[in-house]
Design a protein around this ligand. Structure first.
Ligand code: ADP
Ligand code: MG
Length: 566
């Protein structure tokens, strides 16, 4: 099978659950977000009853209040159901740019400048037609305009990142928790089971690795609540191969130029600098240094098809600039060239490896028998794995769901009530589908009202979740079988859309109603029991048209963006 990982493939999953007439939605405001831009206050006006029942299909909204039918003019801008018109809340949604978003000539001119700026800045991807070639490349998809992000929520996401780093690190060291939490999942999910087998095998042998490096990205959406305020809600934490830290280090400059072309020089000066590539490289460099061998290299473990190579090169080049050697290898290279010495130092064709940075290895398609053997070799080695297999398991959806149970965080991080409160404040409702009464009840609720939920298997990389009618059908089918336990349920987050243009090679320039997902990169390094580095390392904003329920940039759905704080 070809791989379609987070890093490479262009896979578009069509919308599963069409939303209601979204253009008649009023805007959703963030708490405390109004002071800096008084002119926006009117546009950020919220109407508390709006959220109720939105997006629900007729007859599906049991247990939730129905959204009142609003006549044109009742909401800000007077929505008409004509998606994307200026009379809808489009104006409010694209609040900062409402004067230009519909100016066709200005938009065309800005888009031409934007594409060239992206190419010049190196916001690049290899093409689907020639995925192995770097001599024919194109720009990675991105928004024309930076998207409005409530400042308070942006700051909240940064403020909680070190807590999540601590938490992931604690889970990775807690065998009992991982064992208990994943017990039901590994009975039915072969991929998680295989990862778990390697985890146990490595523990039984005893860890050779003494330095630990975590690079994760905690992703959020801005949920528009019943009271009309937006809340930060965590979608997931990616503990392996969290991508786009490289390319997004270059998008703020592109958007700054676009704003200037559109006559918004003042606003351009407010875009935040952002350099995750440097932050990630700092973590890798620290781990390399603590490993303690000048001759040893950093190995990027990469896919067979490397469309997102430029994103990785951004991090690589930061390492080279610190005079750290980087090599790029695939699992099959490890199978053929990898070996361990008596003290389990890892060598690739005679070259010692200090750090293995996985940009591959998180979906079943990445593995055949040889690749599993290669993975085991790497895990048994003394090299710093980013992540080690325990940390990969800590990022499973099942673990995320268990974290939301009352008392779990307290057990994992005793004596840290403030960190726990900060993390918990970002959690959405998460539900176990394990066999038993609790699982039966939530399965029945979701079948009755599927638009309230997202059904998630233990998979990464986008395009795996189920929504709406498909969720209902699948759950109906598996509700009485053990297969149910390979999924979790999550409350569906419903952000306020905004108008933007998604710039993609070979695609027409057209306005779309969009929603955004904010990711914060976290980096930490532990030596033995001592945490020697724990930082937030920058952010990633991805934006997609609301027709797509699922999927990230690599899946061909979302595009790169830059937050404009309001
Ligand atoms: P993956 O590991 O495949 O990236 P995610 O949990 O991040 O899985 O889900 C993929 C995408 O689906 C997200 O980027 C987001 O667009 C959408 N999504 C996931 N969870 C939710 C949710 N609870 N509410 C709304 N959309 C969601
Ligand atoms: Mg995701």
């Amino acid at each position: 099978m070809t791989s379609h990982p987070r890093d490479t493939a262009l896979r578009v999953r069509a919308a599963r659950s069409p939303r209601g007439s979204s253009s008649s939605r009023p805007a959703c405001a963030a708490p405390h977000a109004r002071g800096a831009f008084p002119a926006l206050i009117g546009l950020l006006r919220c109407q508390s009853e709006w959220r109720a029942g939105r997006g629900a299909q007729p007859g599906q909204s049991r247990g939730r209040p129905q959204r009142p039918h609003r006549a044109a003019g009742a909401g800000p801008g007077g929505g008409t159901g004509d998606a994307g018109t200026d009379r809808g809340t489009g104006a409010a949604m694209a609040a900062p740019w409402r004067d230009v978003v519909r100016d066709a000539a200005a938009v065309r001119e800005a888009a031409a400048v934007a594409v060239d700026a992206a190419l010049l800045a190196g916001v690049l991807m290899r093409t689907g037609e020639q995925p192995h070639a770097s001599d024919v490349v194109n720009y990675a998809p991105f928004t024309l305009l930076p998207s409005a992000v409530p400042r308070a929520l942006f700051e909240q996401a940064y403020a909680v990142q070190q807590d999540f780093n601590l938490l992931v690190d604690a889970i990775s060291q807690n065998k009992e928790f991982l064992e208990q939490t994943l017990a039901s999942t590994i009975k039915v999910d072969d991929f998680t089971a295989q990862l778990f087998r390697i985890y146990m095998q490595v523990l039984e042998e005893g860890l050779a690795q003494t330095v630990f490096l975590g690079i994760n990205r905690s992703d959020y959406m801005f949920d528009c609540g019943l009271d009309g305020t937006a809340a930060l809600r965590q979608i997931e934490i990616n503990t392996i191969a969290a991508s786009f830290g490289g390319l997004t280090s270059r998008t703020a400059d592109v958007h700054g130029l676009v704003l200037k072309v559109l006559g918004k020089t003042e606003e351009a000066s407010h875009l935040l600098p952002n350099n995750p590539a440097k932050g990630l490289a700092l973590g890798i460099a620290k781990a390399w240094e603590l490993y303690g061998s000048q001759r040893a290299v950093v190995m990027f473990l990469v896919e067979e098809i490397q469309r997102n190579i430029f994103d990785q090169r951004c991090v690589e080049n930061e390492l080279w600039s610190r005079n750290i050697r980087v090599i790029r290898k695939r699992f099959r290279d490890v199978f053929e060239q990898g070996s361990l010495d008596a003290s389990r130092r890892l060598y690739m064709d005679g070259q010692e490896v200090a750090v293995v940075y996985y940009r591959e290895g998180y979906v079943p398609q990445n593995y055949d028998q040889q690749n599993w053997e290669a993975r085991l070799l790497l895990e048994r080695s003394r090299a710093v794995k980013c992540p080690d297999i325990a940390t990969q398991l800590a990022g499973t959806k099942k673990v995320q769901q268990e974290l939301s149970r009352p008392g779990t965080l307290e057990k994992l991080l005793p004596g840290r009530p403030e960190a726990i409160a900060r993390m918990r404040a970002t959690f959405a409702g998460l539900y176990s589908l394990d066999e038993g009464e609790e699982g039966d009840m939530i399965a029945a609720t979701a079948i009755a009202d599927p638009d309230r939920f997202v059904l998630k298997p233990q998979r990464e990389g986008g395009g795996n979740n189920l929504y709406g009618e498909e969720l209902r059908q699948v759950l109906e089918k598996i509700k009485d079988s053990p297969e149910r336990t390979s999924y979790i349920l999550m409350d569906k987050i419903k952000p306020q859309p905004a108008l933007n243009y998604l710039l993609r090679a070979h695609s027409p320039l057209q306005v779309s109603e969009c929603i955004s997902e904010l990711g914060i990169f976290g980096v930490y390094v532990r030596q033995g029991q001592e945490l020697v580095l724990n930082q937030a390392a920058g952010h990633l904003l991805r934006t997609k048209a609301i027709e797509h329920a699922d999927g990230g940039v690599a899946a061909g759905v979302a595009v790169l963006d830059t937050p404009y704080l309001v």
